[in-house]
Design a protein around this ligand. Structure first.
Ligand code: 57M
Length: 359
């Protein structure tokens, strides 16, 4: 709104011209979402406590988690509210990518909300069945893929770090690739969100990284100089990333150890799906393996553990998956695991961004 209301006034005073700049609006999107989350999360925590929407007993959990029973969950709701208000305030709402990302946030947020709500209402952590959750995620991701490719004629080429000339056109396979990236990212973040701030921190790092990548992809001179894909309109996604970064930082203020609130599936599924969708829009899906490397490692630890468990009929590679539980059972304290994961997340993001020069 602010962009549409104030920028046109530059005809009367040149100072309003500043609202045209993506850098300016991104900076204020970060600050606005941060402030809104700092205000909304505690208000929502009071509401959640009144409703009793809190962590319930889990049948199979490290003992250290027993003290967490009663911690309010669904903190993803004030995160999404902060993001949506900020985006409506600071983004250029004629940009189709903005509406696609809002659709992603709301659809995956609803899936997570239903899962969280059913877990709370039915107790013992029984939310949506894996099939129901997976089916709804694939349906939502399919709509996103169709809108991109059929709706706005999005390129089906795949870009790789390091190889500037190797850009295979996946054609119809790109639909399935988009679904894989979005549903994979959504579930990987969901699995990672198992310790205080363990998902929130790396999400902030990832959104900060894609903020830069979106700005570069949408800037024809920079994209040409770096020989990365130029995506007209992708620069506006940087403002959206700013809103996500700010909201994550604001939420982390309360989700940091010892957490006063968890984001719930409503947060982890939506933020993960947004990360995947943003990676697709800026044509940096392969780089997500590095930028979101922590989420990949956590998901892989579960896949390897479950696969090995089944093949060996009960043997385990890790003491418990996802990987953060393995370190808990090794006796690492929760804060130590969390901060070490954040450090690894920062290293991976810096390595990913450095590949832009290694082409
Ligand atoms: C997702 N959710 C946390 C919170 C958060 C197939 C299997 C791998 C499924 C997997 C699974 O999906 N688990 C659920 C992880 C849960 O967090 C809630 O869920 C939301 C995110 N989805 O926002 O609302 C618990 O995590 C703790 N937590 C914090 N601080 C936070 O800021 O302490 C979360 C956020 C919360 C809280 O205790 O209740 C979770 O862990 O369930 N299942 C697993 O990951 C299980 N692993 C497992 O079974 N491993 C097996 C193999 C054979 C599959 C093995 O290795 O032997 C773990 N799930 C649980 N505990 N609950 C094991 C430990």
């Amino acid at each position: 709104m602010i962009y549409h209301l104030l920028y046109p006034l530059h005809k009367y005073w040149i100072g309003f011209n500043v609202f045209r700049y993506i850098t300016f609006r991104t900076a204020y999107a970060i600050l606005t979402a941060l402030l809104l989350a700092l205000i909304f999360v505690p208000i929502f925590v009071q509401f959640l406590k009144k409703k009793g929407w809190a962590k319930t007993e889990k049948p199979y959990e490290p003992q250290t988690h027993n003290g967490k029973i009663g911690t309010p969950t669904m903190g993803g709701i004030p995160i999404l509210i902060s993001v949506i208000i900020t985006v409506l305030l600071w983004c250029n709402l004629t940009n189709p990518f903005i509406w696609l990302l809002l659709f992603t946030a709301i659809m995956f947020g609803l899936i997570g909300f239903v899962d969280d709500y059913r877990k709370i209402k039915q107790g013992k952590g029984k939310g949506l069945t894996a099939k129901q959750k997976f089916g709804l995620q694939i349906l939502s991701a399919s709509i996103i893929a169709i809108f991109l490719i059929k709706g706005i004629g999005f390129s089906t080429k795949l870009y790789f770090p390091f190889f500037k000339k190797f850009t295979p056109d996946l054609g119809i396979l790109y639909y399935f690739f988009i679904i894989l990236v979005i549903v994979g990212a959504s579930n990987a973040v969901n699995l990672t969100d198992g310790l205080d701030g363990l998902a929130t921190g790396p999400l902030g790092i990832s959104f900060g990284s894609y903020l830069l990548l979106a700005y570069m992809a949408g800037h024809i001179k920079i994209a040409t100089y770096l020989q990365i894909a130029y995506v007209a309109g992708a620069g506006e996604v940087a403002v959206f990333c700013g809103a996500l970064l700010g909201a994550c930082l604001g939420f982390l203020w309360y989700n940091a150890y010892p957490a006063e609130v968890f984001m719930g599936d409503v947060g982890s599924l939506s933020l993960g799906a947004l990360l995947g969708t943003i990676a697709v829009i800026v044509k940096q899906e392969i780089l997500l393996l590095l930028i979101g490397g922590l989420f990949v490692i956590e998901a892989l630890s579960v896949i390897i553990q479950v696969g090995y468990f089944k093949i060996t009929r009960g043997k385990r590679i890790f003491r418990m998956s996802p990987l953060h539980h393995h370190f808990e059972l090794k006796g690492w304290s929760e804060p130590k695991i969390i901060v070490r994961f954040w450090i690894i997340g920062i290293i991976l993001a810096l390595m990913a961004l450095s590949t832009l020069k290694l082409r």
